[in-house]
Design a protein around this ligand. Sequence first.
Ligand SMILES: Cc1ncc(COP(=O)(O)O)c(C=O)c1O
Length: 391
Amino acid sequence: MEIKQSDALKRLPEQFFSKWNGRIKQLEASGYDVINLGQGSPDLPTDERITDALRHAALDPVNHQYPPYRGFAYFKKGIVHFYRRKFNIELNDETEVAILFGSRIGIFHVVKALLNPGDYALLPDPGYPDYLSSIRLADARFDVMPLAQENRFLPDYDNIPIEQAKRAKLMFINYPNNPTGAVASLPFFEKTVDFAKRNDIFVVHDFAYEAICYDGKKHPSFLEAEGAKEIGIELYSMSKTFNMAGWRVGFAVGNEAVIEMINKLQDHLFISLFGGIQYAATEALLGSQPFVDRLVKTYEQRRNTFINHLQKIGWNVDPPQGTFFAWLKVPDGYSSEQFTNMLLEKAHVAVASGDWFGEHGEGYIRVGLLAPEERLVEAVHRIAKLNLFNK
Ligand SMILES: Cc1ncc(COP(=O)(O)O)c(C=O)c1O
């Protein structure tokens, strides 16, 4: 029998990262020391207070049974408390919160919930690749909102063609931004609400890097913008701010109707997260969070060291303002892919090629600051030896 994959699977775009990891593994197997700054997985452990809470919860027989379909009430109340304390936003724990197995699945849920085949979405370009994957799975269509350096990597709503604005049912934005490291302000979110309301577009703000913001700045939530809840939701990830990427825990907050749709979909797909994870995640959200400040300081220190060293070798780059990514313009004469391949082959430094994030990512590479400072400095030394820059 010939086993054929469905059209939905055939539509999925190429996963650059899995192919790239294969090449890195090959080099490592041949004995090379590769400095892998290509991916976005936090390198430091979860704080002990959170792992202790998990250990405690693992022994509680309540958590050996199926959890409630839509998650434990205490976790949802913890999320409400967190949003009130951090952003001064009021949420209803029963109707405005949906618990997720990591925020990534929330992207797929919201697209499935709102788009029929042939419907249009607006996607940031460059942008997190799973927005596109979710659109392709749903057999939907998209237009891109270019994120240009001249516009601080924010979409320029005044220049989105009217026909694109009118046909879009959904749009994604993401700040602090992967891959560019850019941040957004409350006035930008207010502009987004205005644009979305004028054009009947539902907004998904992906807040995966919430606390990872530099130079003493605190990033606003999209829901702080007046009217945001009427037309949008925010996807929150515990992976980065709390170093809990492996735990797979996140949530969606905001518009009641869409939260209900996500919950309805999940009622059919899953029974909620392991109770121990919900318990430990609540501990992370409710307690004091000195470890978050420490983590941000660590990334900031890495950012400063890395960017200073790059500038010293003559690579004139801007420091990111948020996330743990540096978005660097490649030297003249190279495409992103050529430069990425050269760094891997000649310097054994793995980065992500800008075009993997969309056509407007061409001309850049993304470097994850996810290794100790000495490895980042070593990466710069190796790049310096390629003699590409004028000191
Ligand atoms: C922009 C962005 N959104 C969402 C996610 C997914 O995060 P999670 O671990 O919560 O699924 C990531 C992870 O890298 C990301 O960079």
